[in-house]
Design a protein around this ligand. Structure first.
Ligand SMILES: Cc1cc2nc3c(=O)[nH]c(=O)nc-3n(C[C@H](O)[C@H](O)[C@H](O)COP(=O)(O)O)c2cc1C
Length: 417
């Protein structure tokens, strides 16, 4: 019986363990987690979501307070069009985050950064260009373009000296999205080095509508495989979403996938950036405590625990400090929803906004508990301790379980001493 370790992901000259730990913003897939995946010979992702905030927390920089101070005069104004990121400071923050992670890298694996196009930051093209090129400057091994169509993102990096040597890939949820991407980028004469095919059971934002349950990862992967074969395009495919055991992974690898991308199982590890208390919420969740809703201002459905403090919270938008979801004209659908509630309840001390959430503040504070569909199975991957909590795992334990397990088995961690 085969295990994941019987396969290898060939990326250029590199041979890797075909396990990719997916990007989880904001800093849920922390550098420590990505570094473990790379040390063990696979691929780990850091995330480029809210990097100035992440840099402040990790390296005691002051990017957020500086920006908040600069735009303090605008805090009560619902027009946020003047609240712009300083591109130099954004590059510096990306340099800190990526550069220090790459300096700490050990082993044969790779570190990629997950870059979400939907973080429009009140100047979509300019900020995206800076995020992409400064990650390349700082030595990132590769970039995975996610959450959005990214039709112009390759062109934004075109003149960078590493454009043809760094590994650049894209996440799609349909053959159509891939076809559009390939068509729009044909003139660059540079195919993606890999394509992550993300199905409807993934965590974070979904590339489907609220009819997500009608789609199935295996069918989408098969369609894309057929298309690539017919077009004689040799691009490694990496399925993602709901691959919970080593055997799940093997079934994709045996059918021609180059690797698998996984995330949910790593949310229960020490190295994951979620606070330990939140990890326990994930571990104890039951299936009916998980929902897909439309509260993200990006407009994409998002999967999360129903108990997330972000749901229904009515905090004042904090775009002067953050502002990552402002579109190119200074709007965010949370601001609109918030203002509507303020108008409807002018005397209320505490507001509730049900239809949208302030994703920046809540993701930053780990109060939006986005998760994969199989989060309710996490409790079967570990032990319940005497005090009723669950034992956290090491990333190495989970990675090796994917790598070596057979027969749909999940290895429990050694008993705590
Ligand atoms: C907590 C969490 C946060 C995530 N955040 C992001 C993200 O910021 N960007 C992204 O492209 N994918 C994100 N994802 C999706 C993962 O990278 C991955 O593709 C997917 O969840 C794999 O499926 P699995 O969780 O069932 O293993 C997230 C997933 C989880 C569980």
């Amino acid at each position: 019986m085969k295990c994941v370790n019987d396969f290898r992901l060939q990326l250029g000259k590199r041979e890797l363990v075909p396990v990719v730990v997916g990007g989880m913003g904001v800093d849920i897939s922390r550098a420590e987690l990505a570094l473990e995946a790379a040390r063990l010979g696979g691929i780990g992702h850091i995330s480029d979501a809210m990097v100035p905030t992440v840099s402040d927390r990790r390296f005691q920089t002051r990017f957020v307070s500086e920006k908040a101070k600069l735009y303090k005069y605008n805090a009560a104004n619902s027009d946020k069009s003047k609240v712009l990121f300083d591109l130099g400071r954004l590059a510096e923050a990306t340099h800190n985050h990526v550069g220090r992670t790459m300096e700490a890298k050990r082993g044969e694996g790779l570190i990629f950064i997950n870059c979400m196009e939907k973080l429009t930051m009140n100047a979509p093209r300019e900020t995206l260009r800076v995020r992409l090129t400064s990650a390349l400057d700082a030595g990132i091994d590769g970039i995975t373009l996610s959450a959005g169509l990214h039709l112009g993102s390759f062109a934004l990096m075109e003149s960078h000296p590493r454009f043809r040597d760094a590994k650049l890939g894209i996440i799609v949820s349909s053959l159509r999205a891939l076809q559009i991407f390939l068509r729009k980028n044909a003139r660059l004469n540079r195919l993606p080095d890999f394509v992550v095919v993300e199905g409807p059971l993934a965590g974070g934002h979904l590339g489907f509508g609220m009819d997500w349950a009608e789609y199935d990862l295996r069918t989408i992967v098969a369609e894309i495989q057929q298309y690539l074969a017919a077009e004689k395009l040799d691009i490694p495919l990496i399925p993602a979403g709901g691959i919970f055991t080593g055997s799940d992974a093997v079934s994709y690898l045996e059918n021609g996938a180059a690797a698998v991308q996984v995330a949910t199982r790593f949310t229960a590890t020490h190295e994951c950036g979620l606070p330990d208390k939140v990890k326990q919420e994930y571990l104890k969740a039951s299936e009916d405590e998980i929902e897909v809703n439309l509260i993200s201002p990006t407009g994409y459905p998002m999967r999360m625990l129903k108990g997330s403090p972000a749901i229904g919270a009515g905090i004042r938008p904090n775009c002067e400090a953050y502002g990552y979801l402002l579109d190119g004209t200074g709007n965010c659908s949370y601001i609109t929803a918030y203002n509507r509630e303020v108008e409807a309840h002018p005397d209320a001390k505490k507001l509730s906004v049900m239809d949208k959430t302030c994703l920046c503040t809540h993701m930053r504070n780990f109060d939006c508990w986005t998760c994969g569909h199989y989060t309710y199975r996490l409790k079967d991957t570990t032990r319940r301790l005497g005090d009723g909590t669950y034992q956290l795992l090491t990333a190495e334990h989970v990675f090796r379980d994917y790598q070596f397990s057979t027969d749909n088995k999940i290895a429990l961690p050694p008993e705590p001493q």
